[in-house]
Every structure is written in structure tokens, then in C-alpha cells.
Design a protein around this ligand. Structure first.
Ligand code: FES
Length: 84
């Protein structure tokens, strides 16, 4: 199985094909929000929006409902402007 390469906050991360972005973030040790956000993977089924991030320029994408794609760019929230 060939890994899928995605970019997370400017860092190249490898994920397994078919994984969700949320799982890729967890496997890479990347948090979902800023240090004080308290956000994370909660429901895992698209209901709570706690896992949202910016994906390929689109804000507030539910990462638990989004499958990784080669070259995908993910930015987790900095908490400064509420995006991501
Ligand atoms: S963890 Fe609840 S919507 Fe993704």
C-alpha cells in the first residue's frame, strides 16, 4: 500500500490510503486547534465539528469525514482568526 503524502501546517506527513484527515493528524501527533482550544476528535462521525481544519483552502472542514488525498494541504487552527 503506497502512502499518501499530505501537508499539515507546512510539514509533509504520510498517511495510509483511505484514512481520514483526522486519523492522519492523530498519527502525526498534530493537534486540531491551538494549544488552548481544547478541540479534538470527539464524535468521529461528523456531528460535533470539534475536528474542523482548513483543507485545501476551505475553512471548517470536518476532518473526521474527509479522506486524505495526495497533495492535500491541511492547516489546523491557530485560534487567531477562527479559521481552520
Ligand atoms: S469529531 Fe465530531 S465532527 Fe469530526
Amino acid at each position: 500500500m503506497t502512502p499518501v503524502g499530505i501537508e499539515v501546517n507546512g510539514r509533509r506527513v504520510r498517511a495510509r490510503p483511505g484514512d481520514t484527515v483526522a486519523l492522519a493528524l492523530l498519527n502525526a501527533g498534530v493537534g486540531f486547534g491551538g494549544d488552548l482550544s481544547g478541540r479534538g476528535l470527539f464524535c468521529g462521525m461528523g456531528s460535533c465539528f470539534e475536528c474542523h481544519a482548513e483543507v485545501d483552502g476551505e475553512a471548517h472542514v470536518r476532518t473526521c469525514m474527509t479522506t486524505v488525498r495526495e497533495g492535500m494541504r491541511v492547516r489546523t487552527s491557530t485560534g487567531e482568526d477562527g479559521t481552520g
